[in-house]
Design a protein around this ligand. Structure first.
Ligand code: ATP
Ligand code: MG
Length: 453
């Protein structure tokens, strides 16, 4: 058994006995030397390596941390690479020309390499004073710098607090992250309730990692998830938009959705949708959402493009559909009813999760085109086929049909129609039906041609 495993076991035993996980007193962190772990430089992005080496050569500490380390240890491909250093953001900026400082709450350096961004964070400190402030227990600013050990303490989960040190390629583990990684456990550092209150987005992160990695949430961290959804209200809507995309556009959206509902968190993000799901009198609202998310998951796994517009159109469809039906029952025509329903539902949704206009406009188009699928006469189908949003709207119609909310015959007619050749398409289209039959004009008797005499 490698020596670090023995030390780790001893550490875990001590924590279980004393509840002491300060990292101090017990002889510092567990350090796993290069030959005893599986992270190889060949698996780390070239740009991340460049950043690590350049910081090191400038005399700073530099570690890979977070999802990059976690995912590599699990044999998965990391989404991105995060770097932690003892250089301040300004010092990082001096090392890299291609560097931008971002954030006010959490100041960070972004080092740009074309499309790839390496996020460089200065070690966060444990000090209570300085540029850190909280409102009702929620951290609204956290720019106190510290040591590696303090930084480890301020991370969210033990499996996210593992450091790969570029100095000697060792792994540094202060909090038993390796053990939790092996057991598939998500465990927050510190007191779970305090950590959720400090930053309620950690609740969503717990759900996301559980869904993505198939890990279970440690019972002490799981219990406070129930009944804490209201904490999310203090999180800015723009940040929740980013989190929603990560939850539903990471390839495991269905699992994320089910877990969010299980912990009562979904209703805080999408209250109108939750209401329709809670009082549904048919199966299709939930079937529709789950199928939509499943579709997105499949597309992501197949490397096909996905757009937040389609995702949000799916998530908000049931409230929009019900509201449009209400308006129609009040005498509104279908097209304006759908437009108004869309505006109302989006307006309400923006209170919780922001949706940039570049997505809300195509969403409304997807909704608005749904009733046009029913018009199959004359040149109308061909015109709809040429609409820039046709493909998304058609995929949406298929989902509705699969969920049993739209007519299956209609959906397959459109499938056939697209594949048919032009001549066949004209035959498929229904004859033009005119509401008012054209009245025959009575021929007036021709005036005799005037003669100029
Ligand atoms: P992925 O990039 O795969 O989504 P990640 O764990 O890398 O997962 P990031 O959002 O990239 O997530 O954050 C990088 C690291 O920063 C995390 O692993 C964690 O150590 C720390 N971190 C991020 N968000 C928080 C938070 N809200 N509270 C505490 N630590 C956080
Ligand atoms: Mg990351």
């Amino acid at each position: 058994m490698p020596s670090w495993i023995k030390r780790l076991k001893k550490r875990v035993k001590n924590i279980a006995r004393d509840g002491d996980d300060s990292g101090g007193g017990g002889g510092g962190p567990v350090v796993i030397p290069r030959p005893e772990h599986t992270i190889s430089r060949a698996d780390i992005s070239e740009n991340a390596l460049k950043v690590l080496y350049r910081l090191k050569n400038a005399g700073y500490q530099a570690h890979l941390v977070g999802g990059g380390v976690r995912d590599l240890l699990l044999g998965r491909e990391p989404k991105d690479f995060d770097v932690a250093t003892d250089a301040s953001p300004e010092e990082v900026k001096q090392v890299f020309r291609n560097c931008r400082l971002i954030g006010r709450r959490f100041r960070l350096a972004h080092v740009h390499f074309g499309r790839e961004i390496i996020e460089v964070a200065t070690f966060r400190g444990a000090d209570r004073s300085g540029d850190r402030s909280a409102e009702n227990g929620m951290l609204v600013r956290d720019n106190v710098w510290g040591t590696l050990e303090e930084d480890a303490q301020r991370r969210d989960f033990t499996v996210n607090a593992l450091y790969y040190n570029i100095e000697d390629f060792s792994l540094i583990d202060y909090h038993g992250g390796m053990e939790d990684l092996r057991n598939g456990v998500l465990r927050l550092l510190g007191d779970p309730e305090t950590r959720y209150r400090e930053d309620p987005v950690r609740m969503l992160r717990a759900v996301r990692f559980a869904a993505k990695l198939g890990f279970r949430i440690d019972p002490a961290c799981e219990a406070p998830l129930f009944g804490s959804a209201a904490l999310l209200r203090s999180v800015p809507a723009a940040r929740l938009f980013d989190e929603v995309l990560k939850l539903f556009m990471g390839g495991t959206g269905v699992q994320a959705f089910e877990k969010l509902r299980h912990y009562g968190l979904f209703g805080e993000l999408f209250p109108q949708t939750e209401e329709t799901l809670a009082r549904q009198d048919h199966e299709f609202p939930i079937t529709f959402v789950v199928r939509g998310l499943h579709n997105t998951d499949l597309r992501i796994r197949e490397g096909k493009p996905v757009t937040p517009a389609f995702l949000f159109a799916v998530l908000l469809w049931e409230p929009v559909r019900l509201r449009a039906n209400e308006l129609i029952a009040q005498g509104e025509a279908p097209v304006p009813a759908m437009q108004q329903a869309g505006s109302e539902v989006i307006g309400e949704q923006l209170q919780r999760v922001s949706i940039p206009r570049r997505y809300s406009l195509p969403m409304r188009e997807i909704w608005g085109l749904q009733h046009r699928f029913e018009q199959r006469n004359g040149r109308r189908p061909q015109r709809l086929l040429g609409h820039p949003r046709f493909r998304a709207a058609y995929d949406f119609l298929l989902l509705r049909a699969e969920a049993g909310e739209a007519d299956g015959e209609l959906a397959s007619w459109w499938t056939d129609f697209q594949q048919a050749e032009a001549g066949e398409q004209s035959r498929m289209a229904e004859p033009v039906v005119r509401r008012r039959p054209r009245r025959r004009r009575r021929r007036r008797p021709r005036k005799p041609a005037a003669s100029d005499g």
